[in-house]
Every structure is written in structure tokens, then in C-alpha cells.
Design a protein around this ligand. Structure first.
Ligand SMILES: Nc1ncnc2c1ncn2[C@@H]1O[C@H](COP(=O)(O)OP(=O)(O)OP(=O)(O)O)[C@@H](O)[C@H]1O
Ligand SMILES: [Mg+2]
Length: 445
């Protein structure tokens, strides 16, 4: 099956780094065509705290990507952190008519839009939706009802929402950087796409994203993100601890952590040491590797003990898929053993294996691209009801029915929204859309 080449660009705006990845698909393969990374200075704990700074950081990541690849970026897939995530279990139905008729895309969209409208809140925006099952008349357990005959269509789904302030500032920062948002993906869903096997997602497992300003833990089961929580501590706190205890700058502390840091305290000889400059540059100070390791371990233990306590109140530790850890902070040597000791269960570390992405810091950006590439037609239709997603433009049936949900198709959080987006050449756009459309239909042939 030839799907034709498509390019996806994913952006992960973290506390330490903005990661921008461009990948191209051909047939069933996906390859990196560009990677850009920049220091993130406008984010803290999963929130934009300085939008101008975040815009500059995104542009710096784009500049970095363009040094290595001349790819023209227009639309991006945006990762959404799950701080303060609320998950709603929603149900709804629509009548198709007195006589059975075929379920079409418009029905799905109408069904989901009506449920989301009914449950929308003042504080939160819906940022994701996942189907548990469709029910056509009395037949349940249906994953794709399109084309089925019936008189009633019902859905059981999980709808994910986060505070509007968090969500809209991320989107605004991306748009002000000159990109259009193609679609959004929750960070744990992105990470799970590449780090968990289908069986782990189905049977149940715990995924930990050990980042810089936060460490998030998520539970997957029945192929759904069932729960996600956040500890607002991570690699940045470890760096800060080193800086304070050794009385060196944060910059030097970060270098010391990367060069000499480890969690394998018991395996380090007392004689092992390195030399650093004191903050006033006046003296050289000898630091034992073991001492450094103890500083790192204290914070690491605190983070993972908090996770253990949070997860102890769930059945997550009994899930057969086990525990997988990713994110930059899991690059500390000894993470697997120490996290395993603290959590009392074996853990595995996930590192992307793609050329150019072989670091845990890229897991989320890589995963959001693969997730978008793998989206089913039904999932695309459902997610097109979320305000920022642009999938409806890829669906010929929905294009003909533009009046259905026109008020939902454009995001306009303010005057600057989308202003700086690059104009697209018309014929190029239609070529891209038609090849995507071809790809979507090929998938279901
Ligand atoms: N080799 C390494 N050894 C130790 N720590 C590392 C290593 N590489 C990266 N880190 C740490 O990982 C963190 C960055 O990871 P990551 O990119 O996953 O975080 P982020 O996405 O920017 O932040 P967050 O997800 O918390 O908002 C930094 O604290 C950095 O010091
Ligand atoms: Mg992150």
C-alpha cells in the first residue's frame, strides 16, 4: 500500500527545552527530516509564564531546525501538558430516524459536539476525546459505526479537559510564532504512542514522564488514558539542589549533573571526584562523585516516593503492563534501578530509537507525530470537534457540510490569533489535502 509521503511537525514546549521535530512518512515508514531544540525560558511547571519569551524560544527552535533542514513549516502538532487534567466519562445518543439508515461522519460529529457543548465549563477547555464504545440501536462494543444501519447512535467516551489559561496560552504562543495548529495531542498520549506496546496500553500500565519542571504519571488501560497526575518537581529541581549545595551557578550545576551525575551511589568509590570553580571563580573545589550522587538521589527519591504514594491508592501497581519511564530526567544513570527500588516494582526506560532522536527528551514530540499519523478516521472526526483541530478540512463529506459546526471550526482567542501564520499556496494545499484524503481512504480499503 502506498500512502504517499506526508510531513508532520510536532512541537513540545517543556520547562527546559522546546523541541521541534519534522518527520516524513513513506509507505509504512516514518523518518526524521529535521530536529530543532532551544532552551525554554517562558514555561514553568507546564504553564506559559512569559508568552513573549516562549514565542522567542519557539522561534529559536525553528532556527535550529532550519540550520540542518530547509523544511518549510506551516502546520504543527502541539503537545498539551496534563497538569490539572480532568477526565469526564460521558455518554450520549442521537436519533438517526424512524427507519434504519447508515451512520455518517456528520452524525458522529453532531453526537460528540452536542455532548461536549452540554458538558463544557467556564474554567476548562476540552483538549481530547477517546471512545470507549459506540452503540448502534442495542448493539454495543462498536469501534467504528460509520456505514452501519440503525435508528439510534450512542457513544461512551472519555473527554479530557484542562484549564483554559494553560491551554490557550500554549496555543497562542505557537500561533504567535507563525505556525498554524494542525491538531493537539495530550503529552502522555503522545508518549504512550511510542513507548508502550499495544498490549501494555490494552492490559494496563503506568507511564512516567520525568521532565524538568514536573514528573507526570499516567495510567493506560483498555487503550485509553485513564488517569494522569503531576508532581511539580523534576530535573530542574535536581540542578537547583546541586547549585545550592555546591554553591555554583545553575549553569555549572547542570553541566556537573550531565557530566558526573548518577543515582548509583552504592557503586561509586569514595576516591572518585571532580573539580569545580567556586561561584566567585576564586577557588577550585573538589567534589566527591558520591556526594553529588547523594544530592541527586535525595530529590529523586522525594519525587518517586510521592508518585508511589499517589499510585498506591489506585490499582495501578497490579497492572500487568508494568512501569515505563521516559523524559529527560530518566537519562540519569541508575534511574531504572533506583525508580524500581522506590516504587517496589521493576521499571523500564524508554528511549526513542530513531536516528537524531535518541534521547528521552524527544519522546513526547516524536510520539505526537506518530499518534497523528496513526489516527483513525473515526478518531479524526471526533477530534475535529475540538476547537483547534483542523481535521474537518481533510474530510470531503464535512467540507460539503460546512454549515454544521462552523462556529467551532476556528479558534480565535484574541486579536493576534493566527495573524502571523504564513499564507499557503492554493495549489500546494489542495495537493497535500488530496494526498491525505487518498491516504485516509487507502487505510480503510
Ligand atoms: N543526560 C542527562 N543526564 C541527566 N539529566 C538530563 C540528561 N539529559 C537531560 N536531562 C535533564 O532532563 C530535563 C529535561 O528533560 P525534558 O526535555 O524531558 O523536560 P521538559 O520537557 O523540558 O520539561 P517538563 O516536561 O517538565 O515541562 C532537564 O532537567 C535536564 O537536566
Ligand atoms: Mg516534557
Amino acid at each position: 500500500m502506498d500512502n504517499g509521503a506526508q510531513t508532520f511537525v510536532g512541537i513540545d514546549i517543556g520547562t527546559s527545552f522546546v523541541k521541534l521535530i519534522a518527520m516524513q512518512t513513506t509507505n509504512n515508514n516514518i523518518n526524521v527530516v529535521g530536529v530543532g531544540i532551544a532552551q525554554s525560558t517562558g514555561m514553568n511547571k507546564g504553564m506559559v509564564v512569559d508568552i513573549n519569551q516562549t514565542v522567542e524560544d519557539i522561534k529559536a527552535a525553528q532556527k535550529d531546525l532550519n540550520k540542518k533542514s530547509q523544511i518549510l513549516i506551516d502546520q504543527v502538532v502541539v503537545g498539551i501538558p496534563t497538569n490539572y487534567l480532568s477526565i469526564k466519562n460521558l455518554k450520549g445518543s442521537i436519533e438517526l430516524g424512524k427507519d434504519p439508515r447508515e451512520v455518517n461522519e456528520r452524525d458522529l460529529k453532531e453526537l460528540v459536539s452536542s455532548i461536549l457543548n452540554e458538558h463544557q465549563s467556564v474554567e476548562n477547555d476540552f483538549v481530547g476525546i477517546a471512545v470507549e464504545e459506540f452503540i448502534v440501536d442495542n448493539f454495543d462494543g462498536i469501534s467504528d459505526p460509520l456505514g452501519m444501519m440503525g435508528t439510534t447512535l450512542s457513544i461512551h467516551c472519555l473527554a479530557y479537559a484542562i484549564p483554559k489559561t494553560i491551554f490557550r496560552n500554549i496555543i497562542k504562543a505557537v500561533e504567535r510564532s507563525g505556525f498554524k495548529v494542525r491538531n493537539i495531542v495530550l503529552n502522555p498520549i503522545a508518549a504512550a504512542e511510542v513507548s508502550l506496546s499495544s498490549a501494555q496500553k490494552e492490559m494496563g500500565s503506568i507511564l512516567i514522564d520525568a521532565g524538568s519542571g514536573k514528573t507526570s504519571y499516567s495510567i493506560f488501560q483498555n487503550n485509553l488514558l485513564q488517569m494522569s497526575g503531576t508532581i511539580f518537581e523534576g530535573g530542574k529541581n535536581i540542578t537547583s539542589d546541586i547549585s545550592k549545595v555546591l554553591k555554583i551557578s545553575e549553569k555549572d550545576a547542570e553541566s556537573v549533573k550531565i557530566d558526573y551525575g548518577s543515582l548509583k551511589t552504592g557503586q561509586i568509590q569514595d576516591s572518585e571526584s571532580f573539580v569545580i570553580q567556586s561561584l566567585d571563580q576564586a577557588n577550585e573545589v573538589k567534589v566527591g562523585d558520591k556526594y553529588l550522587s547523594e544530592i541527586i538521589h535525595a530529590r529523586f527519591e522525594q519525587i518517586f516516593t510521592k508518585i508511589k504514594n499517589k499510585l498506591n491508592s489506585t490499582n495501578a501497581f497490579d497492572l500487568p503492563g508494568g512501569i515505563i519511564i521516559t523524559g529527560g530526567n530518566s537519562a540519569l544513570p541508575g534511574t531504572e534501578e533506583e525508580a524500581g527500588n522506590i516504587l517496589g516494582r521493576p521499571v523500564n526506560i524508554y528511549i526513542p530509537n530513531q536516528i537524531g532522536l535518541r534521547s528521552q527528551i524527544y519522546t513526547v514530540a516524536f510520539g505526537m507525530i506518530v499518534h497523528t499519523w496513526h489516527l483513525s478516521r473515526v478518531q479524526m472526526i471526533l477530534e475535529s470537534t475540538l476547537k483547534v483541530n483542523k481535521f474537518e478540512k481533510f474530510q470531503p463529506e464535512m467540507q460539503e457540510e460546512q454549515t454544521l459546526n462552523d462556529e467551532n471550526t476556528d479558534l480565535n482567542f484574541g486579536t493576534e490569533s493566527g495573524v502571523k501564520s504564513k499564507p499557503q499556496k492554493k495549489e500546494k494545499k489542495s495537493g497535500f489535502f488530496s494526498s491525505l484524503r487518498r491516504w485516509i481512504y487507502n487505510l480503510f480499503e
